[in-house]
Ligand binder design. Structure first.
Ligand code: ADP
Length: 517
């Protein structure tokens, strides 16, 4: 389709000249306006691809017109025509949103080349934007299908586990002789069946675990944990297995290892997978070393906010080209030791999922023939001050906000009286009042018992958060607390993501800082 151009000039001859030239030589569809005001009216009524305007006109000038169009019709391109000696105005026009400018007297060939260039660029931009839109839609669809796949795997594995358990039971009963005496040959075949049932059960458990991780349905019980005990326990429980290959398992733990915040059962699962692999891929007589230390990330020996746990082996190693893919599901290194015995290629994908669900990272360093070191991190717990439940909810809500590009507002509301303590009754009333001030069902209100703080998490922007805060403050003033003699002081601290802060830690810190002020 021909591009539509609106020519704006107060001189009739120039309008006529441009109209003819652009139609005949450029093949454009041209409309004319003799003033900026007239141009704005036309633009309001019908769409144009480009507005070519003169600078000097009696009332509103070309610069003002360009600003107006940039504001009200940003899709419409603008170009400015100026006389000699007015280069400043031309530059000002570009600042206000014009795509290009032309010096008078106009050279027709140049005019048409420049207009075409500007229009082509716009078309390229529109095509790119459409492409990006289509990609985003395709992505959404893929995410939806991926979710369905996880759901299917989850249901199928779950349904398969029950009959498998019954089969296992039956085989074990026959093996034990409960159903009558069996001969040596029968025992051999039934034992083989039992081994394969166990293998199948492991595969189903892995699939179920992975689909739970992928769909975000994994349940974690966060608590403050001392890692030393868990690491030593896992090392001793896997030692008998390692002894079978004369592999030594040693543990070296930094004396000042701070506590971490995580789910102990899941940490045990991570360690079992990593040590299990280390045993599997290390030849007879090798060594496995488990270490744990605070991760220093400033290079000056300062403690970061993580603990790093490593499982190092003297095994076959992993070729460099497999290092990135090793954590993907079903990825196995061709020709790895003991391929015939080995598992599903899901172990490390599950391990990675479990580490990441606890806000950690995992990576591997390896040299073929020398060994591999798998290291994962976990966040350091900040002792009693952090309420695990609160932190878990904050983690989850923050992640949700990030993924959905949604805002998140945190409100910390503290109540105290002259004696510095408030009763349960006041806290309960405050909780009720605040609940009434929140907007959506999905907004969350939590109580941090220790500091008598209520914390609310709402899907609200900075502006929305200010309104909610006002409502909270007004609500409290209007209806004071019943049954309290001393005056109650209530402080509110808020912070919003992403407008005020970029991270979860900053969100909490800023709200707390404002609470103190
Ligand atoms: P699986 O062990 O069931 O095959 P994993 O996901 O645990 O699946 O591991 C994927 C692959 O990574 C393994 O098949 C193996 O090739 C490689 N791998 C994992 N751990 C080690 C290790 N400690 N040393 C050498 N290779 C390893």
């Amino acid at each position: 389709m021909e591009s539509r151009i609106l020519v704006v000039d107060d001189e009739k001859e120039i309008r006529g000249f441009l109209s003819r030239a652009l139609t005949r030589m450029g093949g454009f569809q041209v409309e004319l306006a003799e003033s900026a005001e007239g141009a704005l009216q036309k633009i309001e009524k019908e769409p144009f691809d480009l507005v070519l305007t003169d600078l000097k006109m009696p009332k509103m000038d070309g610069l003002q017109l360009i600003s107006e169009i940039a504001k009200s019709k940003p899709e419409t391109l603008t170009m400015m025509m100026t006389g000699h000696g007015t280069i400043d105005s031309a530059l000002e026009a570009m600042k206000r949103g014009a795509s290009d400018y032309l010096m008078k007297p106009l050279n027709l060939d140049e005019l048409i080349v420049r207009i075409r260039k500007v229009l082509d660029e716009k078309q390229r931009f529109v095509r790119l934007r459409d492409f990006a839109d289509r990609l985003e839609k395709a992505n959404q669809e893929l995410r939806r299908i991926d979710g369905m796949k996880s759901e299917f795997v989850s249901v199928a594995s779950h349904e398969l586990r029950t009959p498998l358990a019954a089969i296992k039971n039956a085989v074990q009963l026959v093996l034990k002789g409960t159903a009558g005496k069996i001969n040596e040959n029968q025992e051999k075949f039934l034992s083989m069946a039992e081994r394969n049932i166990n293998r199948l059960t492991n595969i189903l458990n892995d699939l179920l675990n992975l689909s739970r991780i992928e769909s975000g349905k994994i349940e974690l019980k966060f608590e403050n944990i001392e890692l030393k005990g868990i690491i030593e326990l896992m090392a001793s429980s896997l030692r008998p297995h390692a002894d079978g290959k004369s592999i030594k398992i040693d543990v070296e733990i930094n004396e000042q290892l701070p506590g971490v915040y995580g789910d102990s059962e899941k940490i045990e699962q991570i360690l079992t997978n990593l040590i299990g692999n280390a045993i599997k891929f290390t030849p007879e007589g090798g060594r496995i070393l488990m270490t744990a230390q605070p991760l220093t990330h400033d290079g000056k020996g300062g403690h970061g906010d993580r603990v790093a746990v490593s499982v190092k082996d003297t095994g076959i190693g992993i070729p460099p080209e497999h290092l990135d893919a090793i954590f993907e599901k079903f990825h196995q290194v061709e020709g790895s030791l003991q391929r015939s015995v080995s598992g599903t290629g899901l172990g490390l994908a599950i391990t990675k999922g479990l580490v990441e669900a606890q806000q950690g990272k995992i990576w591997v360093e390896s040299e073929v023939g020398k060994g591999s070191t798998f290291t994962f991190t976990l966040p350091i717990s900040e002792g009693e001050r952090r309420d695990p439940h609160f932190r878990f909810i904050l983690d989850k809500e923050f992640q949700r906000a990030q993924e959905n590009d949604a805002p998140l507002a945190l409100f910390l509301i503290q109540v105290s009286d002259e004696r510095g303590e408030v009763g349960e009754a006041v806290l309960g009333q405050l909780e009720e009042k605040i609940k009434n001030c929140l907007c959506r069902k999905s907004d969350i209100l939590l109580r941090r018992e220790k500091e008598k703080i209520l914390a609310a998490l709402c899907e609200a922007s900075l502006e929305g958060a200010q309104i909610i805060r006002q409502r909270i403050e007004e609500g409290i003033q209007k209806r004071p607390f019943e049954g309290e003699e001393a005056d109650v002081v209530i402080k509110v601290g808020t912070a919003t993501y992403p407008e005020e802060v970029a991270s979860k830690a900053e969100l909490f810190r800023l709200a707390q800082e404002r609470l103190g002020g």
